[in-house]
Write a new protein. Sequence first.
Length: 142
Amino acid sequence: MQTYSSSSSGHTTTWPRPPACLRANELDAPPVNARVAVAGLVILRQRPGTAKGVIFLTLEDETGVVNIIVWRHIYERFRRAVVAGRMLKVTGRMQRAHNVTHVLAEEIEDISSLLDQLLAEGTGRHMRNETRTDTWESRKGG
């Protein structure tokens, strides 16, 4: 298991990453149609009615976001991970069109259990102990 560290506001967070997974900021390097693996938190799931069963996922890691395209037959095979996974590992083929990079999913693995590693290292405890300093009233000026 590889981990990468990032620091924000003086707190260090170690992001768990399965072996051989690229970070979002490394996806410009592989050529089109190269087989790659990526991992990240699921921040968006879209299943537009006009997309003929295609699902669009957005994963986020410590360096940015990764766009994932899941064809219907892949969704049916990995349905549980796509629907319920909070953190996913996706293996697939690189696609670039109009300056947008996507990974065409071939395999999807739910790696949500790795989120426990983030919590165990204090990140979750720190976030739970933070107090909110702004309110709706203060933001709207009253």
